[in-house]
Design a protein around this ligand. Sequence first.
Ligand code: IMP
Length: 199
Amino acid sequence: MSRKFEGGKLVVASHNAGKAREIRELLSAYNVEVLSATDLNLPEPEETGLTFIANAELKARAAATTSGIVALADDSGMSVNALNGAPGIYSARWAGPNKDFAFAMQRVADEMGNNPDRRAQFNCALSLCWPDGHCETFEGVLQGQLVTPPRGLKGFGYDPMFIPEGDIRTFGEIAHDEKQRMSHRAIAFHKLVAACFAP
Ligand code: IMP
């Protein structure tokens, strides 16, 4: 039995304003006042975990224990079968300090070379932690295939090279709302809501 969120304040353990806004929208049906890590001036811990789940928990636990407020953190990335799961938890880091995803996608393409195995997956771990250190963590996985060169201008990160299973379009060619309904983040989020927010 998962621990339920009892209402009140929740801090999103991310300094990304977009993430806090997205989570506020997703939780608007529940009794939640969403704050961001920036609102509370929380430090950003180093992501030293070796899995998406470990990194999501590390971020949420640090925010909850420092602030005394229930905290939600996510960690996500793209894992390529032909690259033994890379870039995986290093997905953001492959784009370098300038967050250049054209560069990161080119690196994926170069490292895959002519390998016929084009399978990849997007992962998202979401962790909800309480100030006493208890965490409830959920993962969403979306399978797909990679194409090069990348196609489409929508989305972000590795979206233009990723075709979700059952589709022929890349996420760079799929409208934001449609992606939001099927994404790895949506899958993890539905599990979290069902376990910890729904009455
Ligand atoms: P995080 O913010 O540390 O979790 O880093 C996640 C990184 O994974 C992002 O910077 C993107 O490179 C990649 N990523 C995660 N989700 C997506 C997605 O939905 N589309 C494209 N790239 C993604």
